[in-house]
Ligand binder design. Structure first.
Ligand code: G
Ligand code: MN
Length: 268
């Protein structure tokens, strides 16, 4: 057999195998939803959480989305995975809202889902559960086709979802377009957090985005807070919310429920 033919067959077999594994993982509940807290930097309260899918793989252990989402996207499996995430995020939000009625769970959406005309319909099926959810769209994806983004966001908002722009500050032409896009939250990319509190220019950028937020009516969440100093610098700059390993790692939903409940009890 020629080398190319052999490579082709091996690729084919391993592709079909991974496809089958993802399909059976969905059936067997081998995916898990982790949630990472988002914290009010002044009070320390956990006010919301970002949903992050993991694959509890039999042989390879707990896999991050980067290990299977691109493949799933290429092979048409993302709609099923996406629906699984929204369903689990809705269940998590329902639990957390029994403790704190304004709690929100955010989920990420990929470009191919946004481009799929059936996606909105699938999301719509969650009905009232969407009140407790928010969708994170990366800035670069939102800016690809602003008129299309505006139409999608209008539909998402009327379905009850809150909207966040993810990884903000890494895309281009953002400021010119930002004023047109009705977002509730801007998630400041972790590259700005990384050099705080030392880097004066990053401090200025954070301040500038916060003042845009005050004018345009969006909240700002700083991503990637890994130290107490970063949390303090952001709080002192007037940033209300933060997310990152220092404030809390992604954990299973039940763990977050326990943590939020405990903190509530301690605060009361
Ligand atoms: O692009 P997005 O912001 O949705 O990425 C979320 C990812 O960032 C998750 O995989 C999460 O585990 C990771 N993450 C969360 N907090 C931190 C942090 O403090 N530092 C770093 N390096 N990564 C983080
Ligand atoms: Mn995100």
């Amino acid at each position: 057999m020629g080398r190319d033919v052999k490579r082709f067959l091996l690729d084919f077999i391993s592709t079909r195998r991974l496809q089958g594994e993802i399909e059976s993982a969905l059936r067997a509940e081998d995916f898990v939803l982790h949630v990472q807290p988002e914290v009010d930097l002044a009070s320390g309260h956990i006010v919301s959480a970002e949903a992050l899918i993991r694959w509890n793989h039999l042989e390879r252990g707990l896999l991050p989305p980067s290990e299977f989402v691109p493949f799933a996207q290429e092979h048409g499996l993302l709609p099923s995975i996406g629906a699984w995430v929204v369903g689990r995020a809705a269940a998590a939000a329902a639990l957390l809202r029994t403790i704190d009625p304004s709690f929100r769970v955010w989920f990420n959406v990929s470009p191919s889902e946004l481009d799929d005309p059936r996606w909105l319909g699938r999301i719509g099926q969650f009905g009232d559960a969407l009140q407790g959810l928010g969708v994170e769209i990366t800035e670069s994806v939102a800016m690809r086709d602003v008129p299309a983004t505006l139409r999608t966001l209008a539909a998402l908002k009327s379905a009850g979802l809150a909207i966040a722009l993810d990884d903000f500050g890494t895309g281009y032409s953002s400021l010119a377009q930002l004023k047109r896009i009705p977002v509730d939250v801007v998630k400041l990319d972790r590259s700005f957090t990384a050099a705080l509190p030392g880097d004066m220019r990053d401090r200025e950028i954070v301040t500038a985005i916060l003042s845009l937020g005050a004018r345009f009516g969006f909240e700002t969440v700083a991503e990637g807070i890994e130290t107490a100093e970063q949390a303090r610098a952001l709080r002192d700059a007037g940033c209300r919310y933060g997310q990152g390993f220092y404030l809390g790692r992604p954990v299973p939903v039940d763990d977050l429920v326990r943590i939020v409940r405990q903190r509530r009890l301690m605060a009361s």
